[in-house]
Design a protein around this ligand. Structure first.
Ligand code: FE2
Length: 373
């Protein structure tokens, strides 16, 4: 593992990013998906667009929890291009939207460095002000949308109206998007890493080869890409040869291409958050109880009691700067594709490499149950 200190913001950063603006999912039934994210994960109703707001071909529900904004979109006709995405990939992440100060410049800077355009820069206005957006393709059919909302104070964007509903389950302590991981195909990781370096000015801050992330059966390689100020981090995974099928390959088979594997969400109290999410019906990966037998020898002293960590299956890892606690949900669709990570950082800036082996052994037990190992 090579861990380099967070690079300070560069004066030459040609693509300054303020963080994640939102994550948009293309789903088969946005109305029901919105209910799931509210009930299971504690997201709050924010905005809606659809026929009632003058949008004839699709509906979108906007949900928010602290700094995390999810958009769930479903087309209304069989011939809609969004349906081609859903037909091929199932429900999944289409857009990782990034907050910028200048969406026109973000498009110019990235396309002149080779990015494939998704959406030419455009300005949308309504009584709440002005939003400017532009977009480029990244791996697979996934898109980075650049969103400039500094002159806007409406619920989400022009075309949306405030979503008012009497059904508002409490939040679950989810704070912000910590990182979003992409799965790419065989021999593609370095190509994608170079794309993030050249096109978006990101740096490779951490690398794992297949000797570090391997179990008896399945292996993968991973490189973590970060923007200059560290607000946006995109680890990129590639399958590696093992005795049996890599879980990254299983994802690519079922997503039918490259795409977002997991979105990691930060909490400041993982024990309370995970206990709450479990009580709301969120399924997490099981951690073998033997994982805890030598945990403190592996990671050193931690502030948390071992008992609730063991009870909830929460994983712990340490790097040079501190430790982190994390846990992964099971896939949130029937295809074994997208899942979520809940993470609490206590100084650590890494991603839990020490947990990969424990995690993957657990993942593989699930994979075996599906007959795909
Ligand atoms: Fe992660």
């Amino acid at each position: 593992m090579s861990l380099s200190p967070q690079t300070p913001p560069s004066v030459n950063d040609f693509l300054p990013l303020n963080g994640t603006d939102h994550v948009e999912f293309y789903v088969g039934n946005a109305k029901q998906a919105a209910h799931f994210y509210k009930t299971a994960f504690g997201f709050q109703s924010v905005a809606y667009c659809g026929p009632e707001t003058g949008v004839r071909d699709r509906v979108s529900y906007v949900l928010q929890q602290n700094k995390i904004r999810f958009v769930l979109t479903t087309p209304l006709t069989s011939t809609h291009e969004i349906n081609q995405h859903i037909l091929k990939h199932g429900d999944g992440v289409k857009i990782l939207a990034l907050s910028v100060d200048d969406a026109y410049d973000a498009f110019e800077q990235t396309t002149k460095r080779g990015a494939k355009p998704y959406q030419e820069p455009k300005t949308m206005t309504d009584e709440f002000g002005e939003i400017r957006t532009s977009g480029i393709y990244t791996y697979g059919e996934t898109v980075h949308l650049f969103v400039e909302r500094k002159n806007y104070n409406g619920p989400f964007m022009p075309g949306f109206k405030k979503w008012v509903t009497p059904f508002n389950p409490p939040t679950a302590g989810l704070l912000y998007v910590d990182h979003c991981v992409g799965n790419v195909g065989w021999n593609r990781m370095n190509e994608v890493v170079k794309w993030y370096e050249d096109v978006m000015g990101f740096k490779n801050i951490l690398s794992f080869d297949d000797n570090q992330i391997t179990t008896e059966y399945s292996a993968l390689m991973s490189k973590v890409m970060s923007n200059g100020n560290g607000y946006v981090k995109f680890p990129i995974n590639e399958p590696a040869e093992g005795k049996k099928k890599s879980q990254i390959e299983e994802y690519i088979d079922f997503y039918e291409g490259e795409g977002v594997q997991h979105v990691a969400i930060a909490t400041s109290d993982i024990i309370t958050t995970v206990r709450d999410l479990k009580s709301r019906g969120v399924d997490f990966l099981n951690t073998p109880s033997t994982y805890y037998d030598d945990l403190l020898e592996r990671v050193g002293p931690i502030e948390e009691d071992l008992a609730p960590l063991r009870e909830l299956g929460i994983l712990v890892d340490r790097d040079d700067e501190g430790y982190l606690l994390q846990l992964f949900t099971k896939p949130v669709e029937d295809r074994p594709t997208l899942f979520f990570e809940i993470i609490q950082r206590k100084g650590a800036k890494s991603f839990g490499a020490g947990n990969f082996k424990a995690l993957f052994e657990s993942l593989e037990r699930e994979q075996e149950l599906r007959g795909n190992l």
